[in-house]
Design a protein around this ligand. Structure first.
Ligand code: PMP
Length: 361
C-alpha cells in the first residue's frame, strides 16, 4: 500500500491510558472496580464547578475567548506574574507538545529522565526530535548531573518532571540550582509541576517562585489533578513573554474550551477546599507508603498523589492480580507499578489487593 504517513511513527509506542472500570466490567465481570490508575483526585468536581459548567453550556455555540483573558488574569493574580507570561491549553500535556513545536526542528534533541511521564517520547517524536533519555538514579529519581551532561548543542529542550511521574520522586533545590546553572542559556528547561500541590518537602522548590525569573525556564502546571478538572482538559504554562508568545503562535486555535475556562475560574475560587483535599491525599499517601513498604520495602518516598512499586518483571503480574481483586493500578512492563492515592476506603481496598497480589507473585 502507498505510504501516507511518516514511517518513523511505526516504532512509536502509543500513549497507554490507565484501564477503566468499564474494561474490568467487560473483561472480568467486576461491576464496581476501583480505579487507581490515572492520578486523578477522587473527590469529584470542586464546589461551584458544576454550576459554572452548566452556565457556560449556554454559550457553546460561540467560540471560546481565544486569549482566555479572564482566566489568565486570575491565574496571573494568584501567581504574581504578568498575564503575558501565561498560556493556557488543552491540558498541560498539550502545552508540553507546543513547547516542543516552538523549540525543535527535526533532528534536534529533547533530554528527559527515564522512566518519566510517558507522553515525553511521543511529544519528541511528534516534532521529529531525538529523545535523549537519561536513566533514573538508583532511587528512581532524576539524575540531574547526568541530565546536564547529556545536553549538547543540538538540545533545544530539557524536560524535568518534579515530582516525577510515575516514580513520585522529587528533585531538591541544591541539585536543581546546580543543574540550571549548568544548562546553556539557549536551551529551554521545562519544569513539569503537574503534582506541585501535593509536595510537602520544603527542599523541593516551587519552580515558579524559585526559578521563574530565569529566561530559559518554563513552568508547566495543570488543573487536572488537585483542581479536579482532568475531564475538561486545562493546564497552563508560565514562561518569559517571548517564549509564551512563540508558544501562542503554534497553539491550536480555541483549544481551551469555553466550558473549561469557566470551570477553571470556578475551581480557582475553591482554593480552601483544594487544600483540604490535598491534605487528605498527602496523609493517605504517607499511610499507603508505610503499609505497602511492609510488602515491598524499596518503595520510594512520594511527593505526588501516587506511589511507585519498583517490581521490575513482576509489574504486569502484580497489576493483573490487583485487577482480579477489583482494583485497577497502572503497571509499566518490566519496570514497576504506579498506584494513585484514592479515598481512604479505596486505599484500604488497594492494600488488601496488594497483599493478595504479593502472595501470588
Ligand atoms: N505532566 C505530568 C508529569 C503528568 O503526569 C500529566 C498527567 N498524567 C501531565 C503533565 C498532563 O496533564 P494534563 O494534560 O491533564 O494537564
Amino acid at each position: 500500500m502507498t505510504r501516507l504517513t511518516r514511517a518513523d511513527l511505526d516504532a512509536l509506542p502509543a500513549y497507554v491510558p490507565g484501564r477503566n472500570v468499564a474494561d474490568l466490567a467487560r473483561e472480568l465481570g467486576i461491576a464496581e472496580a476501583i480505579k487507581l490508575a490515572s492520578n486523578e483526585v477522587p473527590f469529584g468536581p470542586l464546589p461551584g464547578v458544576a454550576e459554572a459548567v452548566m452556565a457556560a453550556v449556554g454559550q457553546t455555540h460561540r467560540y471560546p475567548d481565544l486569549g482566555a483573558v479572564a482566566l489568565r488574569d486570575k491565574l496571573a493574580g494568584r501567581l504574581g506574574v504578568d498575564a503575558d507570561r501565561l498560556v493556557t491549553g488543552c491540558g498541560s500535556v498539550a502545552l508540553a507538545e507546543l513547547l516542543a513545536k516552538a523549540t525543535c526542528l527535526p533532528g534536534d534533541e529533547i533530554v528527559y529522565s527515564w522512566r518519566s511521564f510517558e507522553a515525553y517520547p511521543i511529544i519528541a517524536s511528534g516534532v521529529g526530535a531525538t529523545s535523549v533519555r537519561v536513566p533514573n538514579d538508583a532511587g528512581h529519581g532524576h539524575d540531574l548531573t547526568a541530565m546536564a551532561e547529556a545536553v549538547t548543542d543540538r538540545t533545544r529542550l530539557v524536560l524535568v518532571c518534579n515530582p516525577n511521574n510515575p516514580t513520585g520522586t522529587s528533585s531538591r533545590k541544591a541539585d536543581l540550582d546546580r543543574f540550571l546553572d549548568a544548562v546553556p542559556d539557549d536551551t529551554l528547561v521545562v519544569l513539569d509541576e503537574a503534582y506541585r500541590e501535593f509536595v510537602t518537602d520544603d527542599d523541593v522548590p516551587d519552580g515558579l517562585r524559585t526559578y521563574g525569573d530565569r529566561p530559559n525556564v518554563v513552568v508547566l502546571r495543570t488543573l487536572s489533578k488537585a483542581w479536579g478538572l482532568a475531564g475538561l482538559r486545562i493546564g497552563y504554562l508560565v514562561a518569559q513573554p517571548e517564549v509564551a508568545a512563540a508558544v501562542r503562535k503554534v497553539l491550536t486555535p480555541f483549544s481551551t474550551s469555553t466550558v473549561a475556562q469557566a470551570a477553571a475560574l470556578a475551581a480557582l475560587d475553591a482554593e480552601a477546599e483544594v487544600e483540604r483535599r490535598c491534605a487528605v491525599v498527602i496523609s493517605e499517601r504517607d499511610r499507603v507508603t508505610t503499609e505497602v513498604r511492609k510488602l515491598f520495602p524499596d518503595v520510594p518516598s512520594s511527593q505526588a498523589n501516587f506511589v511507585w512499586l519498583p517490581l521490575g518483571d513482576q509489574a504486569v503480574a502484580f497489576g493483573a492480580a490487583c485487577e482480579q481483586q477489583g482494583v485497577i493500578v497502572r503497571p509499566f512492563a518490566g519496570d514497576g507499578v504506579r498506584v494513585t492515592i484514592g479515598t481512604p476506603e479505596e486505599n484500604d481496598a488497594f492494600l488488601a489487593a496488594a497483599e493478595f497480589a504479593a502472595k501470588s507473585l
